[in-house]
Design a binder for this molecule. Structure first.
Ligand SMILES: Cc1ncc(COP(=O)(O)O)c(C=O)c1O
Length: 459
């Protein structure tokens, strides 16, 4: 296990980080913050300046338990010496090299390490810098694949209500969150959405819910009937819908999607940007559910959140078809980013994957996930809690909306939990819990105590 040292930074340097005074309004006004109520936030900013192990520290020096691994990113905990050193060495050895017609040995090694977690015929990796880039890259791969097969008529992308696939144009269209789509006039045609998988009858189920899986998956069959299965390019799912609030797919759902995809030769894409790297209590959702997708997207915890990086993994037949379709001496896939396979990100990824392996962080589920779920589910006794779901080290707690208006309760809790020394992600009125995988029982206890305190005050 990791040696979690909660005070590794010297007290002297801490003093220089902390301050009693918040920055003034004028200085806060320049940064247009992402997915934030900017006007509201800047009236009462929540600022952090230090992180170590399972904790953040606020600007004022308050210790804050990280209940969300940053943003589902820091699965190996904060301030990992091994990653710091690998990044620093890489910067000194080779700070930047392009990957257009020039290579760096680490990219091939990291790609191989990722493929080792996947089904045996998934052996090709395309690197990017964010989950959003991974999703849009994967959509281009899907499209290029069907064109290479002479099946360009396959233009339908099937996604799901309440799903989140990042914020680039492709992912915004795939996503099933109306708020994220309706602010723009950038719709792409032929994207259709299956029903989401949160069912009333599965309320308060820890782990995989029993009801409705096969029925919900039939939406894909219905689209195949409606639009023609031969016109559908791909079906995109987060194996567990993450940022909307941990919607665990009911029993049989993913398996049935795979069967329908096979029937119509539709590509199945797993967006594992959140579910990857141990989050569900297994290495990846691919392993957890025993379902084989054709493409997998990864990001976030790939580098323990230390350097932006993402990856798209594909099965060999996709690469072979696109590549063989091209005349020799042409670029097979005209796509890539200046920072694709950045050497410093690769160094961070390589060190991160070593930590995951050395500390057995992907098998912590077997040790602790029951304890985690049991403790989180004790919170159902509060009237304000209207549903709880969990899988591995991911949980969602739905709160009763204030006067039926979504979001107000969540906003209130954002401040409340910060004041209590806890960091979570709150989406609408749902609190999302996804602690670093180095957690111990005492951290679960602390997390649940703080949550209980926050909920108690609203009874
Ligand atoms: C499932 C999923 N896909 C894609 C993304 C987008 O990743 P990024 O914010 O790195 O662009 C996210 C981000 O939360 C995600 O949860």
């Amino acid at each position: 296990m990791a040696n979690i040292t909660e005070t590794t930074v010297s007290e002297k340097s801490d003093e220089m980080l902390f301050s009693k005074n918040l920055p003034d309004q004028e200085s806060l006004s320049y940064h247009w913050m992402p997915f934030t109520m900017n006007r509201d936030f800047k009236q009462n900013p929540r600022l952090v300046v230090k992180a170590d192990g399972m904790y953040y520290w606020s600007l004022q020096g308050k210790k804050i338990l990280d209940g969300c691994a940053g943003l589902f990113t820091c699965n190996a905990g904060h301030n990992r010496k091994e990653i710091r050193e690998a990044v620093s060495k890489q910067l000194a050895d080779l700070d930047y090299s392009p990957h257009f017609n020039l290579g760096h040995p680490l990219s091939f090694q990291v790609a191989k390490k990722l493929c080792d977690f996947m089904p045996e015929d998934m052996n090709k990796v395309f690197f990017g810098c964010s989950g959003s880039e991974a999703i849009d890259t994967s959509m281009k791969l899907v499209s290029a694949y069907w064109l290479s097969r002479g099946e360009g008529r396959r233009r339908y992308f099937v996604s799901r209500e309440h799903s989140y696939h990042g914020v680039n144009i492709g992912g915004t269209n795939l996503a099933g969150i109306s708020r994220n789509r309706s602010a723009y006039n950038l719709e792409i045609p032929c994207v259709v959405h299956m029903r989401h998988t949160k069912l009333e009858r599965n309320k308060f189920t820890p782990g995989i819910p029993l009801h409705g899986g096969e029925d919900l998956a039939e939406d894909l069959e219905r689209f195949a009937n409606l639009y023609g299965g031969e016109n559908i390019a791909a079906c995109y799912v987060e194996p567990v819908a993450g940022s909307i609030g941990c919607y665990v797919p009911p029993k049989g759902y993913l398996q049935r999607l795979r069967e329908i995809c096979d029937k119509y030769k539709i590509l199945l894409v797993f967006d594992e940007v959140i579910t990857g790297f141990g989050r569900t209590g297994s290495s990846f959702a691919v392993e957890k559910f025993g379902v084989k997708p054709d493409i997998v997207t990864l990001a976030k915890a790939l580098t323990n959140g230390n350097i932006p990086m993402s990856a798209v993994l594909t099965r060999d037949f996709i690469y072979n078809s696109i590549t063989n379709h091209c005349a020799a001496e042409t670029v097979e896939f005209s796509h890539g980013y200046t920072f694709s396979a950045h050497p410093v990100a690769l160094a961070a990824a390589s060190a991160t994957l070593d930590i995951y392996a050395k500390e057995g962080l992907f098998s912590r589920g077997k040790e602790l996930e029951d304890y985690f779920a049991k403790k989180i589910f004790t919170l159902r006794k509060y009237k304000i809690v209207v549903d709880i779901r969990s899988l591995g080290f991911l949980a969602g707690i739905d709160l009763l909306p204030i006067n039926g208006k979504p979001g107000l309760q969540g906003k209130r809790f954002n401040q409340r939990i910060f004041d209590l020394g806890l960091h979570l992600k709150i989406t609408g009125d749902t609190m999302l819990i996804a602690p670093p995988l180095i957690l111990e029982k005492k951290h679960i206890d602390e997390l649940v105590e703080k949550l209980a305190e926050s909920l108690q005050s609203y009874e």
